[in-house]
Design a protein around this ligand. Structure first.
Ligand SMILES: [Zn+2]
Length: 234
């Protein structure tokens, strides 16, 4: 039976369910996530309370990220399902944790299996910024291993994000889960999407550059360019 909640008809909720569906398709089409996973939550603040619009379980494997707005779940900040016929995403523990802890700074969380970023997850290696457009994220940390869908994973991701609240307010903060994927919390859904894409491009540049230059060349040039950027930013 489909559950119904008064906020399901709120214009902002209707618009956000549509937007979550669109962002999911973009992530998939641009290899920023895969059929195996990824999930999106975006918070809508209303006079009657806050809700999260969340991509449903099996968005990739069954829907191939071709979600209709009605497929997008509406849930409370406690994870209670308010609207939507499906079940909530398996990575909801991380999403709920980030929204509850960092909700004053950001309103959207994306977890993605981005093709290039996954190389760093597989290598269990933090990713330094090597482009002007990713400097704002700093070096993206990789957290200690915890299984997908576990409370430990939620704890580890939240701990890695903590201290990066200013980054969320500016655009987004991110952390890598080893052997798994990236978690991003952004000031809004567009900012979070943009961050996922920038981070994956940064990974691509490191991977491709590594074929032309050694890691030592990279870090030497990074130091040079970082100093040059700093001279301009005073
Ligand atoms: Zn995943």
């Amino acid at each position: 039976m489909t559950l119904v909640h008064p906020l399901i008809d709120h214009p902002a909720v209707i618009a956000m369910r549509q937007r979550v569906a669109e962002i999911g398709a973009l992530l998939f089409d641009r290899f920023l996530t895969d059929a195996g996973g990824g999930n999106i939550t975006a918070r809508v603040r209303t006079d009657a309370g806050d809700v999260l619009c969340m991509s449903p379980r099996y968005s990739g494997s069954r829907h191939l990220w071709r979600l209709q707005p009605d497929d997008v779940m509406v849930i409370g900040l406690d994870g209670a399902i308010l609207a939507g016929a499906g079940s909530i995403s398996r990575e909801s523990k991380v999403h709920l944790r980030l929204h509850n802890e960092f909700g004053a700074h950001g309103s959207a969380v994306i977890h993605a299996h981005s093709r290039n970023t996954l190389v760093f997850c597989a290598l269990n290696r933090p990713m330094p910024p090597v482009l002007e457009q990713t400097r704002k994220f700093g070096t993206i940390p990789v957290v200690s291993y915890a299984p997908a869908h576990s409370q430990d994973l939620a704890d580890n991701i939240a701990a890695a994000i903590r201290g990066s609240e200013a980054r969320i307010e500016k655009q987004a903060a991110a952390a890598l889960a080893p052997w798994h994927g990236v978690f991003v919390i952004g000031k809004d859904l567009e900012a979070a999407y943009d961050a996922v894409e920038r981070i994956d491009t940064n990974a691509y540049i490191l991977l491709m550059g590594g074929r032309a230059a050694s890691d030592a060349d990279f870090s030497a040039e990074r130091a040079n360019l970082e100093a040059a950027v700093r001279r301009y930013s005073g």
